[in-house]
Design a binder for this molecule. Structure first.
Ligand code: ZN
Ligand code: ZN
Length: 373
């Protein structure tokens, strides 16, 4: 199969900086990661490997120089980037989100992983326990991690004499590479384990139960200590950060600890007053609408908002009034309304429509001022 140009794979110009290479890789790797493309796993896995291979070359100064000069032939013997190890893949995509500083200081510590969780408003307000599935690697239970078929064992690699590294000449460069025969392990397994195909580890999912505290909001995160990527050689594992996103609700909108909702009121109740049932997250409550209620009036229902996750007070529910114009009137209703309208004495009826009155007075003064200049 003809290989695509590495720059083309990452959609980059030939003069792209290392930073741009990294950024392009991160974006594409997120997009094509097999775990994010469950419906189309095989295609995305192939694509992912292609992206990863291009990144490995273009992000390495020496390899990139060799590639720029010789193209793909520079790597044909060395097999650079082939057989991407899944532990790297998880690290690249999920880890490395919280900056490199920490990783460099504690280089053996496993990477932190981020998990994005969507919650309904009800779940966020009341709290909930959710199960999440996290990709992970486990020691193979058939070969106990050796990679060799049970009953057989691994032999010293003759290509690298068990060191795992070889020196390769690439044009003018001598580059140390993982041994192409044993892929850096120093050992060769003659008969591969059927389950893990010699990797010693198998990809699997672990299910974790996450307790989401009541009052959590978009942008908050829950830390699962030690549940991140396995540390190297028995050192500390990373953490998982569950990043919360609260989904839009069709009635309520949250603003801090307060909830807002819109309540439509028919114009008879708005004029004469009455009682209405309004929804809250804790059930229905009765709201008394006073006579002469206008659109935009806000009724505050105490303590029907959200209790802060940080132990603060319970917020309120703010009901925003919208007076609704009646529709689909029958002839009789129209006639009644006409009579009613006439009783008001036109649009500027002083007594009955204070807002129209002051508006029309304002308009009159505006034009008077213009013509008197
Ligand atoms: Zn070797
Ligand atoms: Zn195995």
């Amino acid at each position: 199969m003809a290989k695509r140009d590495f720059y083309e794979v990452l959609s980059l110009p030939k003069n792209a900086s290392t930073k741009e290479v990294k950024r392009a890789y991160k974006r594409l790797a997120m997009q094509y990661h097999p775990d994010r493309n469950q419906n189309n796993k095989d295609a995305s896995e192939a694509k992912f490997k292609e992206i990863k291979e291009a990144y490995e070359v273009l992000s390495d100064e020496k390899k990139r120089a060799a590639y720029d000069q010789y193209g793909h032939t520079a790597f044909e013997q060395s097999g650079a980037g082939s057989g991407a190890d899944f532990s790297d893949i998880f690290g690249d995509v999920f880890g490395d989100i919280f900056g490199n500083g920490r990783r460099q200081q504690r280089s053996n510590r496993g990477s932190d992983l981020q998990y994005n969780m969507d919650l309904t408003l009800e779940e966020a307000v009341r709290g909930v326990t959710k199960e999440i599935r996290i990709p992970t690697l486990e020691a193979c239970d058939i070969c106990y991690g050796s990679g060799a078929k049970p009953g057989t064992s691994a032999d010293k690699c003759l290509t690298c004499n068990g060191i795992g590294q070889v020196h390769m000449r690439q044009g003018f460069f001598s580059v140390q590479q993982p041994c192409p025969t044993c892929h850096g392990r120093g050992k060769v397994i003659k008969t591969l384990c059927n389950k893990c195909h010699g990797h010693g580890r198998v990809k699997c999912y672990k299910t974790l139960s996450v307790k989401i505290p009541a009052g959590i909001d978009t942008g908050d995160r829950v830390r699962l200590s030690g549940e991140g990527e396995m540390g190297e050689k028995g050192s500390q594992s990373g953490d998982i950060f569950v990043q919360i996103q609260v989904l839009p609700h069709n009635i309520f909108e949250r603003d801090g600890n307060n909830l807002h909702c819109e309540i439509p009121i028919n114009f008879t109740i708005a004029a004469l007053g009455g009682e209405m049932e309004v929804p809250t997250l804790h059930g229905r409550v009765k709201l008394t609408i006073p006579p002469e209620t206008q659109t935009g009036k806000i009724f505050r229902i105490k303590c029907k908002g959200v209790k802060s996750i940080r132990g603060g007070l319970q917020g309120d529910l703010m009901c925003h009034t919208v007076v609704e114009t009646p529709v689909k009137l029958n002839e009789k209703q129209k006639k009644l309304l006409k009579e009613f309208g006439e009783s008001l004495g036109g649009t500027s009826g002083e007594k009955n429509s204070p807002r129209s009155k002051s508006f029309l007075d304002g308009v009159k003064k505006f034009f008077d001022d213009l013509t008197n200049k």
